[in-house]
Design a protein around this ligand. Structure first.
Ligand code: ZN
Length: 147
């Protein structure tokens, strides 16, 4: 973590302490639940996706683990949920996030597109932590396939 920009580190810790979308919403309408684990670090997440037609209604989650995994889930929930995002846009964001996180720092995340989650760009330099940052995004990807 020491190589991460200090401002970004603050944002990550802030999301980890005050997570967005924490606590599963009522399972009504079109809903998909996914559980994902990252055994390397001990991170776990249960993510619930709710859709209205082809629009993401919200993303809520519960979990435990390191601050990167928890912050990433919080950033994802605030980015994708609540603003009527089409499911195709959400899928494209997941693809873009993965490409950046696997780029070892060569493809930074665009703040306009990824919001607070752009703070996770620096994680791509730490291969061991990429799975932590990806956990919630992989869960949402699976939920989009199920819903
Ligand atoms: Zn972790």
């Amino acid at each position: 973590m020491s190589g991460l920009d200090a401002l970004y580190q603050d944002l990550i810790l802030d999301h980890a302490k005050h997570p967005h979308g924490y606590g599963l919403a009522d399972a009504e309408g079109r809903t998909a639940d996914v559980h994902q684990r990252n055994p390397v670090c001990g991170d776990e997440i249960t993510l619930r996706l709710r859709l209205d037609g082809d629009t993401v209604r919200d993303v809520t989650w519960e979990g435990a683990g390191c601050s990167i995994s928890q912050a990433s889930a919080s950033m994802l929930a605030s980015l994708v949920g609540g603003d009527g995002m089409p499911r195709a846009t959400a899928s494209a964001l997941i693809d873009g996030f993965r490409a950046s996180l696997r780029s070892r720092g060569t493809i930074p995340l665009d703040e306009e597109r990824f919001g607070d989650a752009a703070a996770l760009s620096g994680v791509s330099k730490y291969t061991a932590r990429v799975k932590c940052a990806m956990l919630a995004w992989v869960a949402l990807e699976e939920a989009l396939l199920l819903a």
